[in-house]
Design a binder for this molecule. Sequence first.
Ligand SMILES: [Zn+2]
Length: 190
Amino acid sequence: MLVETTAGEPHVSIRIDDQSAVAFADTNNAVSILLALLRSSSVIADVEICSHQFSCSNQLAHNQVAIKIRPKKLTSYPHQLGQAFQVGTRGCLATIYAPAVVEPADRAGVPRSAVLGYTLVHEVSHLLGLSHAPSGVMKEGLDVSDYRKMPSGDLRFSEEARQLIWAGALGRAGKDTAVSRPLIFLPVTP
Ligand SMILES: [Zn+2]
C-alpha cells in the first residue's frame, strides 16, 4: 500500500511474482538496487517476493504495483527486457522477460542481479508515470556501456526523473486503499 509519510516521502508497495526458472544469483541484490534508486527520489518502497505463481492474492490494492518475471522472451521483441502496462499515465502491472535480462548481463560481464535491479526500477518508474529519457535509468535501448555502469550505481535518475517519480508515487498516496482491482496472473506456458 502507499501512504504519505510525515516526511513527505510517499511509500510504494511492490509485489514481485518471479515465474522464471532463471537464477539471478542474488535477487536480494536486485531488490536492494530497486530500493536504493527509489530512495534517491525520496520514495520509500517495500517489496514482497511471491513464490512461484499463485501464492499471492490475485487482487491488488489501487495503490500497489506488481511485476511478473517471466521465463521467456517477448516473441515479437526478443531484446526487450520488460514492459509496463499503463492506463493513462500510470499502471499497476509490468512484465520482465528473464532471458532478455540475462543475455546482455552475461555479454557485458556484469552481475545478472544488477541488470535485473535496473530493469525492476525502470518498469516500476513507468508504472509511476515516467516516460523514457535520453540517458540514465529511463533510457530506452541500453548499450554495453550502460550495463557496465550498473554494478557501481553509475546509472541514475535525472533530476527531472526524480521529481516525476516522487510526484507519481505521491499522487497515489491519497487514493482509497480499499478499492481493489483484479490482477490476472497468466499461467506459465511451456
Ligand atoms: Zn521503458
